[in-house]
Design a protein around this ligand. Structure first.
Ligand code: SF4
Ligand code: SF4
Length: 376
């Protein structure tokens, strides 16, 4: 018992020394309740648009012993990304806070790998371990909840007492025999601020999110068209959405991050409109090591067209006009919608000119619709 206690302390000390803000331990028992909830969400269609999120993935991801045979514990970590120097880009476009620093996958994986090496060095033997940072089958929020990193908010985020919901989560499954932490006895009480603030009504009931309505999904993982009713609701969000976190009272007293990689603000003052005119090579160079690459260049251009349409500034008409010639039909169709929404004689002329030369029938339909649209 004493040995286990010492080992648990050693693991936690090593993790805190590496910079993690919250560190807790849970067992490697299967997550049966979370499995049945996740399976139900799939059946209800709330995970549509994520073809890789299947029943079999959920079954694997809720049984740590399938992911690491012989697993005994999961080290659950949280790392804040709330930066004091955070600035939104120019022109009123908005980017979710988590995307402004370096891509968190690499940062957290390096720390988790470092944790394994440090513990191995102290124990003088190898540790069997497997790590996840939001990119494997493991249900990261289920681990965070059971280990006591935080509790589920009604917006489905994990809320930590010290850093609010502005945290990245990581998990290290190990064969170490560690002492288990209990879940926190906290909840949202009667608060419903996030549900009321969500512009797309994506939080269909407390703790239930319809992915197909969530701006975060629509602007990041979604590879196709954004449905017309959703476009105006997206507002200024060009990548992700922070509204349900910004209104959360738990986040009012959240501590900021000490992690240097998340304090960078590489795109401070960057004019996102420029994205509409760059090619893949420039995109790769400009956004190397950034989470924004998850949306791909075509997805970001699509989102920007929607945002520029919503901002309604006639100064955006020339760049949207040029986007009507983009190689990707997805970009051309959303540029047409934006021009229709902004309106005015120059936008109208651009659409008229494009309708005569557009070969893609879907884009042509969008241009024709844009020509008769009500402006904002
Ligand atoms: Fe709604 Fe935005 Fe929160 Fe999604 S991220 S649930 S769209 S407020
Ligand atoms: Fe919970 Fe209120 Fe925060 Fe929503 S806004 S997650 S209901 S505390």
């Amino acid at each position: 018992m004493i040995i286990n206690e010492n080992l648990t302390d050693l693991v936690k000390t090593c993790a805190y020394n590496l910079g993690f803000d919250v560190v807790r331990i849970t067992s490697a028992e299967p997550f049966l309740r979370e499995r049945s909830v996740a399976e139900k969400r799939i059946q209800q269609g709330f995970m549509d648009g994520l073809p890789w999120y299947t029943q079999s993935r959920v079954r694997r991801g809720t049984d740590p012993n399938v992911l690491l045979p012989g697993a005994k514990s999961i080290i659950s970590v949280g790392l804040s990304y709330l930066s004091e120097s955070f600035q939104q880009p120019k022109n009123g476009t908005k980017i979710a806070r988590y995307a402004w620093g370096k891509d968190y996958h690499k940062v957290i994986k390096n720390k988790l790998k470092g944790l394994v090496s440090d513990v191995e060095e102290r124990l003088a033997h190898t540790v069997n371990a497997r790590w996840y940072v939001d990119d494997g089958p493991m249900l990261d929020r289920a681990v965070a909840q059971r280990s006591g990193i935080g509790w589920f908010g009604k917006n489905t985020n994990i809320l930590t007492s010290s850093h609010g919901s502005w945290v990245f989560l990581g998990q290290l499954i190990t064969d170490l025999d560690l002492d288990i932490d209990p879940p926190l006895k906290k909840d949202c009480g009667t608060c419903t601020l996030c549900i009321e603030a969500c512009p797309t009504d994506a939080i269909v009931s407390p703790y239930v999110l319809d992915n197909q309505r969530c701006i975060s999904h629509l602007t990041i993982e979604n590879r196709g068209s954004i449905s017309v009713p959703m476009r105006s609701l997206i507002g200024e969000w060009a990548f992700g959405c922070d509204i349900c976190q910004e209104v959360c009272p738990v986040n009012l007293k959240a501590m900021t991050t000490n992690e240097e990689s998340f304090q960078l603000n590489e795109f401070d003052g960057f004019d996102l409109e420029k994205l509409l005119e760059i090619d893949e090579e420039e995109f790769r160079t400009l956004f190397a090591g950034s989470s924004l690459r998850r949306a791909k260049l075509t997805g970001l251009k699509r989102n920007l067209c929607v945002v520029l349409g919503n901002l309604g500034d006639e100064d955006s008409v020339p760049v949207l006009n040029r986007a009507l010639n983009d190689n990707e039909a997805l970009v051309r169709s959303h540029a047409a919608w934006a021009l229709g929404r902004i309106g005015g004689s120059i936008a109208w002329q651009a659409l008229e000119a494009a309708v005569g030369i557009e070969q893609d029938q879907e884009v042509k339909k969008e241009i024709l619709t844009a020509l008769v649209m009500d402006t904002i």
